[in-house]
Design a binder for this molecule. Structure first.
Ligand code: SIN
Length: 484
């Protein structure tokens, strides 16, 4: 049954497809046998099912992770490094299959799906420090220790990369994990767990609980259980706030990467070729479904007409379709709710005077939305206050640096911001003034495994990636040596 189901995916190694959750090294169904149906957003065809797990399975997963912690946390950094590097090598070996899996369950193109699997790197250089003491016979040393069992909750827009970004750091630090992948894209998470087992990650170190309807009780337990010492989440700001308040009941360490509403500013001295090319990648990557996608595009009035027509020309050449088709440049949105939100933003902007330069409509009876460029979007439009999460470029005209910085910062969230200028003074001024965690100067693509990824304001807490990311899974311990 499972192997015939797996053939639907067309992978070279069909044993990467797992239809069960993972607890303590065993692939398991939900206790009551309930299942979640997972669909391909490009075709709406069923891909397969995974278990609809609940509180009981979550408790078991947490206790398996807690049981595995003493042994895993006392392996050496070198031992964990070797296992993680083996996992990375396996991911590279199965690059095509993992990319295809992402395209099948998320819809993004094969190039983007495969790109997610190169988005991984490990750091086990968890150095401590020695702090000189003002007292003669005293020495201060700070060491870093893994926090413990970590709850990891991830979104569907990067089915693999948002897991590896958290899991790589957690495992490298010596933590054990319970992962709740999103119901839309569980198969990539399960394939990673299968590869982790092949790489030698011991039983109980990675546990996976799949759920959709029971998400509230599963999430609550993952945040409130006393056995869990760390909660990490990527997703919307309202959910991040709810999880933070639940995790605060036991003052757990938390890192949250929540929503963005990125400004993308084109000043009058910008290199126009580069600004247009960057706006394309920044706005339309993943069909606009990334937290760091440009959401509000501010263009100086003196270059507005040129930028708008060049952007519109490029966007009208996109080929929207099934991500498995090599000629597709942009895939579908994840589900109907996503296309409805984009429609709402387009209609609202038009009702306030915006002009449609390209697109503007959902492709009927599908999850595809026409890549869209709107000009003359007024400051009061919904798109300026809410993250669209879709292929909609909304152009707003501005006159002065002061005005555009004020507009860019007039949002509750602050994940990423981008701007184009060749004036070195302005580059420093604006980079410092933007209220965001990450700034792209003359680039529309900032994401890399090695950078501290994260936001300010209501975009979250903590950083992921590189050496900063691993610190989120470690406690610092001070050891004071006296009587020397
Ligand atoms: C995200 O959308 O949450 C992550 C985007 C990225 O890593 O580029």
């Amino acid at each position: 049954m499972a192997s015939s189901q797996a053939s639907v995916f067309g992978l070279k190694d069909s044993s990467l497809i797992r239809f069960q959750g993972l607890i303590d090294g065993k692939w398991v169904d939900a206790k009551d046998g309930a299942k979640i149906v997972v669909k391909n957003p490009a075709t709406n065809e069923e891909l397969g099912t995974v278990p609809e797990m609940g509180l009981a399975e979550t408790k078991e997963a947490i206790s398996a992770a807690a049981k595995a912690f003493p042994a895993w946390s006392t392996t050496t950094g070198k031992e964990r490094h070797d296992i993680l590097m083996k996992l990375f090598a396996l991911m590279q070996e199965h690059h095509d299959d993992l990319g295809r899996l992402i395209t099948l369950e998320n819809g993004k193109t094969l190039t983007e799906g495969k790109g997610e699997n190169a988005y991984t790197e490990e750091a086990v250089r968890t150095y401590g420090e020695q702090i000189p003491s003002p007292f003669k016979n005293v020495r201060n040393v700070v060491i870093k220790q893994p926090v413990g069992t970590s709850s990891i909750m991830t979104p569907w827009n990067f089915p693999s990369a948002m897991i590896t970004r958290k899991l790589g750091a957690a495992l490298a630090a010596g933590c054990t994990t319970v992962i709740k992948p999103p119901p839309e894209t569980p198969f990539s998470a399960l394939a990673l767990a299968e590869l982790a087992a092949r790489a030698g990650v011991p039983d109980g170190v990675i546990n996976i609980v799949t759920t959709e309807k029971n998400v509230s009780e599963v999430g609550k337990e993952m945040c409130e259980s006393k056995a869990v010492k760390k909660v990490t989440f990527t997703g919307s700001t309202p959910v991040a706030k709810m999880l933070a308040s639940m995790a605060s009941s036991t003052l757990k360490k938390i890192s949250l990467e929540a929503g963005g509403n990125a400004p993308f500013i084109v000043f009058d001295d910008a290199d126009m070729d580069e600004a247009v090319a960057a706006a394309i990648i920044c706005k339309f990557r993943g069909s606009g479904q990334t937290c760091v996608c440009a959401n509000r595009i501010f263009v100086h009035s003196s270059v507005y007409a040129e930028f708008a027509s060049r952007l519109a020309e490029k966007v009208s050449a996109f080929k929207v379709g099934n991500g498995l088709d090599e000629s597709t440049t942009h895939g579908p949105l994840i589900h109907k709710r996503a296309t409805e939100k984009v429609s709402r933003h387009v209609e609202d902007a038009i009702s306030q005077g915006a002009q449609v330069l390209v697109g503007g409509k959902v492709i009927e009876n599908s999850n595809f939305f026409q890549p869209t460029v709107l000009s003359d979007v007024p400051a009061g439009a919904l798109i300026n206050t809410e993250e669209t999460f879709g292929p909609l470029a909304a152009l707003v005209k501005f006159e002065t640096e002061e005005e555009v910085v004020r507009l860019a910062n007039s949002t509750e969230v602050g994940l990423a911001g981008y701007f184009f200028s060749r004036d070195v003074g302005r580059v420093w001024r604006v980079a410092e003034k933007l209220e965001v965690g990450m700034v792209g100067v003359n680039t529309g693509l900032i994401s890399q495994a090695v950078i501290p990824f994260g936001g300010v304001k209501e975009s979250g807490l903590g950083r992921e990636g590189g050496p900063h990311g691993i610190d989120e899974y470690m406690n610092e311990k001070l050891i004071v040596f006296g009587g020397l």
